[in-house]
Unconditional design. Structure first.
Length: 424
């Protein structure tokens, strides 16, 4: 099949059709959320299951001037509604746990339902960990590793100390479930399905399109997995982009084009407007954007050149944002490029090992990485660095010289960081 570029905006009628389609999606999305809201608030209280995202203490000053320490949780409900509430003090950290909770929702408006808010609540029951998660945990005696693999396979939240360590190593993005993990999972499922399906296809239904059937089957299994891990926003974004990309592909359009990316993002925002305010959304789209920019000019290079050059390019292109947001850099930070390349092998390997009950086989190596002293320093970059980065990024898809200027700029920023670390 010869692929063609998306020419969505070749005429006014196509622009009108696409905008109308987005408005329809947005209307249906808001209508469904309002339906959820009415169910959520049909009584003054509601008992439901929730997943704890954060569990922390906070010191407040009462009206009488006294200080008081309270325990708060942030949780997400099956209605995709996120709320804060106060719970009784406990030495047990509930982060990542599923609970039954009673919420007082008599004063909850539709606007606050969309935004998320503080509600009075009462913790009713702490639920046991899901069986597959407990199965993963049972294969590790170290709590760090239990937490790590819980995040890697089931989108469990990480403690701040581990997040900082991963940021210092430059590999925090490898743990948070995202498009990379979804791509690897989709490839594994498609490969397994192909092995089983191909003989059946040859004997019983050779008239069917194998690729379409594989896509359909893979999409269903990925959707079930997404539902099981409570649809974390980063994975939901990736799954939606995967569906859009595959549909466009079977319509005969190129996957790796800026218009394809724009269509995917526009549909995502129409379905989930709050993604406009999600930092993770911008980082995720930014990573894909820089991959597409690279492929626009370099896709005709030999595969082994792209296999090495693409991870280096994405690392350099995302580095200004990473340092601005997280501030950590060290001499080992650039080695995250190698780790990112090896992760494409590590992730499916460790997934298979956990399925067969041998998940602890790589524990010594992973623990060394988690306990490694990076000697990282905190750097505060000027906003001008990011402003210039954004300006050159906007020009990069338009001309190869702008792409070259962006590469030189990112490389200069990297050298600037190395110089600062060497001075300390």
């Amino acid at each position: 099949m010869e692929l063609k570029k998306v020419t969505l905006f070749a005429s006014r009628s196509k622009i009108f059709f696409f905008v109308s389609f987005l408005l329809l999606l947005f209307t249906l999305s808001m209508g469904y959320k309002y339906y959820q809201y009415k169910i959520f608030t049909q009584f003054d209280t509601i008992d439901l299951r929730a997943h704890i995202l954060k569990h922390y203490t906070k010191t407040i000053t009462t009206k009488t001037g006294k200080t008081r320490t309270i325990t708060l949780i942030q949780a997400r409900t099956p209605y995709t509604f996120t709320f804060y509430t106060m719970v009784a003090n406990t030495t047990r950290n509930l982060k990542g746990q599923d609970v039954y909770i009673r919420l007082w929702v008599d004063k909850l408006s539709f606007y606050t339902f969309l935004q998320g808010t503080y509600l009075w609540g009462k913790l009713l029951k702490i639920l046991p960990k899901k069986e597959p998660l407990a199965y993963i945990y049972a294969q590790h005696t170290n709590t760090q590793l239990q937490t790590l693999y819980g995040a890697l396979f089931f989108a469990q939240p990480l403690p701040s100390t581990m997040q900082q360590q991963l940021s210092k190593l430059g590999i925090a993005h490898l743990i948070a479930l995202s498009g990379l993990h979804l791509t690897i999972l989709a490839s594994l499922i498609a490969l397994l399905f192909l092995v089983i399906y191909k003989p059946l296809h040859a004997h019983y239904f050779p008239y069917r399109d194998t690729h379409r059937d594989i896509f359909f089957f893979t999409s269903i299994l990925l959707g079930i997995y997404l539902w099981y891990v409570d649809m974390p926003p980063s994975l939901l974004r990736s799954y939606t982009m995967y569906l859009v990309a595959m549909i466009l592909y079977f319509r005969g359009y190129q996957l790796f084009s800026m218009q394809t990316l724009f269509i995917s993002v526009a549909i995502l925002i129409a379905l989930e407007y709050h993604l406009l305010f999600s930092l993770g959304m911008y980082l995720s789209v930014g990573g894909v954007f820089y991959i597409f920019v690279y492929l626009q000019y370099m896709r005709h290079q030999k595969w082994w050149i792209n296999a090495v050059a693409l991870p280096i390019w994405v690392y350099l292109a995302m580095l200004p944002y990473s340092i601005t947001l997280f501030g950590y850099f060290s001499t080992v930070h650039p080695f995250s490029i190698i780790i990112s390349i090896l992760f494409s092998i590590f992730y499916p390997l460790t997934l298979i090992l956990h399925i067969i009950g041998m998940g602890d086989l790589l524990d010594p190596f992973v623990l060394k990485l988690l306990d490694y002293d990076t000697h990282a320093i905190t750097l505060h970059t000027q906003p001008l660095w990011v402003i210039i980065q954004l300006f050159l990024s906007a020009l990069a898809p338009l001309h190869k010289y702008a792409f070259l200027a962006l590469f030189i700029y990112c490389l200069t920023f990297f050298i600037h960081l190395v110089y600062n670390v060497a001075q300390l």
